[in-house]
Ligand binder design. Structure first.
Ligand code: PMV
Length: 311
């Protein structure tokens, strides 16, 4: 019997979260934490050997199955990207599942096709703002949204309702990050909504969103020049801007402060309100210890991670 295996990584946002919802630039890097999925044909849907019900099959997987019109499959999910923490867990799952099912049905599995399908699944399931997570997971390595790019770096353009994003690949130097998970699960939707209301009702907040866009472009330049000092300083500044927008929390602030003495810079990553922070460092053990001392779970991450794979 044909069995297809596919896998896809999670991601973190190095700069530009929240502002990207309004078409501003953002940079996201793939992380070496992945979901792997095996699928084979079956008489009925099963997930990890259990009969699938709406409770154990994610809405993303259901959306993808319906869209492709596949017959029932047995699905095994391995690996893990922590969920509800801004690490793109549902995007990784959607990419891996979309690639596996598409391959099983003899459909194209190029990165662009999978990125689009995974974004539709995310949008249908969560009403998410941007295709950042799904595109970062599909392409791997590093991507930029809405930045000036060379033609050879262009990946794809995605439109949804009033918004549109140009996605391009970026050269990412060798870097080490430590992600610190607060363990506090915070849904993305309400935080995006909070920023939307603040931005619409307050020109100061609108200016902060614009400033995040500018900081992101400076960060891209710093990355191109392999200037980690500058990149780190921009990350720390971005954390302050995000705090002003009201998407940080005490736990994130404490972990960022604790990481900074051993880092080039640190910030919350993703939608905030809990979830994770990230520090750019060449002393990962020291940062990991500081994060643990503040009740967080550290993950040491290196750049250069492959996107969606299928075999
Ligand atoms: O899902 P998270 O926590 O990675 O947050 C996504 C980043 C936002 O910019 C806040 C929303 C979006 O869709 O881009």
């Amino acid at each position: 019997m044909t069995t297809i295996s596919a896998s896809a990584p999670g991601k973190f946002v190095i700069l530009g979260e929240h502002a990207v919802v309004y078409g501003k630039p953002a940079l996201a890097l793939a992380i070496d934490m992945r979901f792997s999925i095996r699928v084979s044909r079956s008489n009925s849907y099963k997930v990890n050997g259990q009969a699938a019900t709406p409770y154990n099959m994610s809405p993303h997987m259901r959306y993808i199955s319906d869209k492709i019109g596949t017959s029932p499959v047995s699905i095994y999910v391995d690996g893990r990207v922590p969920s509800g923490s801004g690490l793109g867990s549902s995007a990784a799952l959607s990419n891996a599942y979309a690639a596996a099912i598409s391959a099983l049905e003899g459909l194209p599995t190029d990165k662009e096709t999978i990125a689009r399908l995974a974004y539709e699944a995310e949008y249908a399931s969560q009403g998410r703002g941007s295709p950042m997570d799904t595109s970062a997971s599909a392409n791997g390595y590093g991507i930029a949204l809405n930045v000036p790019y060379k033609e050879e770096d262009f990946l794809w353009h995605i439109e949804k309702e009033d918004n549109a994003w140009d996605i391009s690949k970026i050269d990412v130097p060798k870097m080490t990050f430590v992600i610190g998970n607060t363990g506090i699960k915070a849904a993305t939707g309400p935080l995006v909504e909070k920023v939307r209301k603040y931005r619409e009702s307050n020109t100061f907040a609108a200016g902060i969103v614009d400033e995040i866009g500018d900081v992101t472009l400076d960060g891209l330049e710093a990355m191109k020049n392999n200037d980690l000092e500058e990149l780190g300083a921009l990350m720390t500044y971005d954390h302050k801007l995000l705090s002003i927008l009201g998407v940080s929390c005490n736990e994130l602030n404490h972990m960022v402060e604790a990481a900074i003495p051993y880092s080039y810079g640190a910030k919350l990553t993703g939608s905030g309100g809990g979830g994770c922070m990230v520090a750019l460092t060449d002393r990962p053990e020291k940062v990991a210890k500081a994060i643990r001392a503040h009740g967080g779970t550290p993950y040491v991450i290196h750049t250069g991670v492959k996107g969606v794979t299928v075999k």
